[in-house]
Design a protein around this ligand. Sequence first.
Ligand code: AMP
Length: 503
Amino acid sequence: MYSVGDYLQNASNKYKDKIAIIEENKKITYEDFNKYSSIIGSYIGEKIFNEPVIVFMDKGIDALITFFGIIYAGCYYSLINPELPEVRINNIKNTFKASLVITNQKYYALAQKYFKDLDIKMVEDLKKGQIKEDVLHHAHEKHLDTDPLYVNFTSGSTGIPKGVVIAHRSVIDFIDVFTKIFHFTSKDIIGNQAPFDFDVSVKDIFSSIKVGATLVIIPKEYFSSPAKLLDYICDNQVTTLTWAVSALCLITTFHGLSYKVPKSVKKVLFSGEVMPLKHLKMWMEKLPKAMFVNLYGPTEITCNCLYHIIDRKRIYEKIPVGIPFPNERVILLNEKDELIDQPSKVGEICVVGTSLGLGYYYNKEQTNKHFCQNPLNPNYLEMIYRTGDLGFYNDCGEIVFNGRKDFQIKYLGHRIELEEIEKAIMDIAGISRSCCIFDSAKEKLYGYYVGNIEKSELQSKLKAILPIYMIPTKLIRVKEFPLTKNGKIDRAALKELKEVTYV
Ligand code: AMP
């Protein structure tokens, strides 16, 4: 198989009238899913091949039809969340350099404002077109499995979001082992939590279509109302949750499982952050027969490279991130780039294999920094991705996550480079210094700054530049920053200063 488009072709032949996707009160069969994707693919394929296309809409059936239309045309997509601030959308637009934007009626006016110079089409109009078999056939013939499939933009320490490029081959190889190991079948009903610009959703979308399951899209608003969320999961008889840790914890934090237990759920796979044992226990008690899995990996290596199936009989101090998926090699390197193979010694988690992304879109510098030649291999080209995560082997030979080398954090489920927030603060007139600190115990983000601008003004200016989840919980103006002996900001001392040095 060379293209993930073949998943949909196969499913539509085999499961024709079966419901492929449910989105609240809307549904679509595999046959119609394939039909509309083919129509959109025909339109795009007549114009472009192997080029980027922006998808500008909320997650849902139309976004998936559009994704597959783009895939059928041999092009690649990036979903841009319309709720992002204009400055960020502009940054992504300038990096991605697409000529075509596909949006829907709801966001057409906004798309016209943001993408003035680009060709903008509405999915509702495109769906009225015709299938052109010759166009689709030609695109399929020319396509390579090493061509890009999607580009997901994540926070970048330079202040500009980084676009991680993932090829078809990486998704095909990963989804193949992922669906086998965790026994995904056509009987599964997969409850999608993750936004479509977040790579957790890649597992939902492509696993579901590969095995001919039904994908139930859970609208994001439901995550602020646990009762509604649990009703929806139960009503749709969802069997599988591949969710971010933060989303699972949200249900337990608000005692959702005391309201209703989603008894149809047989598999719970979580990733993105360390799963707090307390929350995991609550889930496991309520679903005594379900399989629970810790998944680990950054967007750059296509979803996940390590997994650990929770053993109900084992007593955990720390849940390991586990062992590599088949056909993935994960190595730990120490500061001298030497291989670590002894238990308890901490090193950087590095990944080798076809799961590696194609780098950061239009960003050679960042690409070369993170995707590089395996220092252990002087003989031939072998790329590794340096995750920046630290880990060690436990006595069972499993890898245990041990924090980060840099200032990347996970906050409310989002991956954030603290330097990006610091840069955004520094770019505002009147600010001379800034520093962000994340308190993981309290789940709070503090933004310290030196400057002659009021906190309220700074906050409203930041809202225009950064996504809402990147705005510090608390902005703290200080007279000056405490420094370490070698002149760096003394973060520990800054934390201590926090309440005393307001001016
Ligand atoms: P993202 O690219 O948004 O998926 O974020 C990837 C980062 O999330 C990784 O580099 C880790 O720092 C963190 N992460 C992912 N999965 C886990 C996990 N199971 N346990 C701890 N941290 C994780």
